[in-house]
Design a binder for this molecule. Structure first.
Ligand SMILES: [Zn+2]
Length: 404
């Protein structure tokens, strides 16, 4: 089969793809954690469409009484040829979208798609509906060609609010086989030239410094928690940067990052010395380092500080996410790289991102996962849009996976 012939067949689906994208934007799929009713209506639409092409669709509902129908649905579709093969290639996209945010920042209603200048505007258009539609139509074309290839699609719920009812549910049900490969088109660049193979680990820390509150003139009885916190935070900042200074050029920026971010309000008036200070660090750590080693150093700094200060510093882990990288030489990366080159002539390079996608759950479970798509990066913004050419081109890449 000629790659050019496959691309021609995908090209013929262009109008259908735009229509499907618009239909899906109209079906609001916001998770209950974000105040919505969930993904059921979207799942039903996707299931009916794919079944009309002659596929059987499996549904794996996770129970969630807060959502419409009491469920968070997850769909799986398999192309012929998946049973005979040990290892399968999965394309995994998510059905849920984030809320519209501040409505006044939108030029058009967020859930009413607007097609303009080769783009489709609407909440969820890029994240993640554009790649979702690409994967659907790649599968459709492969079916019409009667191709036997171990390709499976999964459409999951709850990506935006923790994945407990989505990817994690499917992993718990053990529907994936050892050795399966995963393509997660949920981040990318406008050139489609970056394959994300690693994500920095995330560690959010909260620090509470306890001192003694007093009148601002009574410094002899006070222990100023604000001053002690500033000293402590600067010291911690320096120690973390020097102890975890490795560079990894897969990532932009190439180092781990340790950023003091939020500080809670302390006293209301200027003439009181604060007795308590609460502040936070957002740390994004290269996969070279374990989060335990970072937490260990944080504890060392705290205990040394407490020895010399009259204040008491304590900490709490607010969030931690850690996932091993997928090798840049892994099969899924090689397959994707080769197909991208054949279809679009682009030489895609493996990179790392500081964010977090559902690929991290696969990596944690021991699978190879690559994140790739062609997007302008308007996810979660007002006036989010999908580029129609990107959607069609990425569908061509997915449809050509069996032929390179
Ligand atoms: Zn997404």
């Amino acid at each position: 089969m000629e790659v050019s012939r496959v691309c021609e067949l995908v090209e013929k689906e262009r109008n259908e793809m735009v229509k499907t994208l618009c239909d899906l934007i109209r079906i609001k799929a916001i998770g209950p954690d974000n105040g919505g009713e969930g993904e059921l209506d979207r799942a039903v639409y996707i299931q009916e469409k794919i079944e009309s092409w002659g596929f059987e669709v499996e549904r794996y509902d996770a129970r969630d009484d807060r959502a419409k129908g009491g469920v968070r649905p997850n769909l799986v579709v398999r192309l012929d040829g998946t049973e005979a093969n040990d290892r399968r290639v999965w394309i995994v996209t998510h059905m849920d979208v984030v809320p519209e945010g501040d409505l006044s920042l939108w030029d058009s209603p967020p859930f009413e798609p607007v097609v303009k200048d080769g783009k489709v505007y609407g909440r969820g258009s890029e994240d993640n509906t554009q790649p979702l539609v690409s994967s659907m139509f790649a599968l459709k074309v492969l079916k019409t060609l009667e191709v036997d290839y171990p390709l499976c699609l999964a459409f999951v719920s709850d990506e935006e609010t923790g994945s407990r009812y989505g990817i994690q549910h499917l992993l718990n049900l053990e529907i994936f086989r050892k050795g399966d490969l995963f393509i997660v088109p949920d981040a990318g660049t406008p050139q489609g030239d970056c394959i994300e193979v690693a994500e920095k680990s995330i560690l959010w820390l909260k620090f509470v410094v306890e001192g003694v509150q007093a009148h601002a003139s009574m410094t002899h009885v006070a222990v100023n928690a604000a001053r002690e916190a500033m000293k402590f935070l600067l010291e911690l900042d320096e120690v973390l940067h020097s102890r975890f200074s490795a560079e990894n050029n897969l990532f932009i920026p190439p180092t781990s990052t340790f950023e003091p971010t939020r500080r809670e309000k302390n006293v209301d008036n200027i003439n009181t010395i604060p007795g308590k200070d609460v502040s936070y660090f957002d740390c994004r750590i290269l996969p070279e380092y374990s989060l335990d080693s970072v937490v260990g150093v944080v504890e060392e700094v705290i205990s040394a500080f407490n020895d010399k200060s009259r204040a008491r510093v304590g900490y709490e882990v607010v969030q931690r996410e850690e996932s091993p990288p997928t090798s840049p030489d892994s099969e899924v990366v090689r397959l994707l790289k080769k197909t991208i080159r054949v279809v679009s002539g682009v030489d895609a390079k493996p990179v790392g991102f500081g964010g977090n996608t559902c690929a991290s759950f696969f990596r944690k479970a021991g699978y190879e996962a690559a994140v790739w798509s062609t997007v302008d990066g308007t996810a979660h913004q007002p006036n989010e849009y999908a580029v129609i050419d990107y959607m069609v081109k990425d569908a061509k890449v997915f449809a050509c996976l069996p032929f390179v």
